[in-house]
Design a protein around this ligand. Structure first.
Ligand code: SF4
Length: 272
């Protein structure tokens, strides 16, 4: 990892544009973050994603179900434990995931690729991750972002798909001419939001994030922007602005554990 590069992730960008005070607390305050707010929806989402990862790895629904079962039986996840409606919802979402898995016929597949794409020229390194990738043909790939929520903002979903596409190109060194179907696949509704992406889109993603990084670095005032999302902000107990609002819609956030940088600027730098 080049320490001089500015580190950016999907969740950091979302946080900056949602509430700069929250961004400041998360990234600049140096304060120890309060524990994350656990919700039943969050536990279901994480459990189903873990099960889908195992399903992708082994191809056996039973393995994914075992993973989900053990996750939901953890005492910390009792709100979605056996006998609850949340537990039934989680297994119903996983059943939809198994059906989705059956429809994907590919030559090879990878679960949960997660990397950092460094652009020394632009002074930025970007976290890029995906839930699942498949090679459908020599020059054709698919990236899947599993969704388990009732509501997603289209532009947020598209940003996640663009980063998943970037992760695939960097980690798998796909051919420069390859095209990628990036799909946000909602296991609750069956809805698929699809983006058709090429190598130039990966370059555009890096350029866009570099521009955001420059803007964040030039920011000196980190004002609070109270909104319904305050109800799910872990800094709220110490935030007078946030305490003045009513909590509301759930805003999905990403785990920001930062693995070591692996990528470089060769997004899509595989054989021509
Ligand atoms: S509670 Fe609301 S206003 Fe305060 S930091 Fe969090 S998101 Fe921003």
């Amino acid at each position: 990892m080049n320490a001089a590069l500015f580190r950016l992730s999907h969740s950091r960008v979302q946080s900056f544009f949602r509430c700069r005070k929250q961004y400041w607390w998360d990234n600049l305050s140096g304060e120890r973050p309060p524990p994350e707010i656990q919700t039943a929806a969050g536990i279901i989402g994480k459990g189903v994603h873990r099960a889908m990862k195992v399903l992708c790895e082994t191809g056996e629904p039973e393995d994914g179900a075992n993973e989900l079962d053990a996750y939901l039986r953890m005492p910390a996840h009792a709100v979605a434990g056996p006998g609850t409606g949340e537990h039934r919802t989680a297994f119903s979402l996983f059943a939809a995931g198994c059906a989705a898995h059956q429809t994907i016929v590919s030559a090879d597949r990878w679960a949960e690729l997660d990397t950092w794409v460094a652009s020394p020229r632009r002074g930025v390194t970007i976290q890029a991750r995906l839930d699942r990738a498949d090679q459908m043909a020599e020059d054709r790939f698919q990236v899947v972002d599993w969704k388990t929520g009732r509501f997603e903002l289209d532009e947020v979903v598209d940003a996640q798909l663009d980063l998943g596409h970037l992760a695939l190109r960097v980690v798998r060194h796909v051919p420069r001419t390859a095209t990628v179907r990036a799909v946000a696949w909602n296991l609750r509704t069956g809805e698929q939001r699809v983006r058709e992406l090429e190598r130039r889109d990966a370059a555009a993603t890096v350029q866009r994030y570099a521009g955001i990084a420059a803007r964040i670095q030039a920011t000196t005032a980190f004002e609070a922007t109270p909104s319904p999302a305050c109800g799910f902000c872990r800094w709220r107990p110490g935030c007078p602005d946030g305490n003045a609002t009513d909590g509301g819609d759930r805003v999905e956030d990403e785990d920001e554990d930062a693995p070591e940088a692996k990528g470089d600027e060769a997004y899509g730098g595989g054989p021509a």
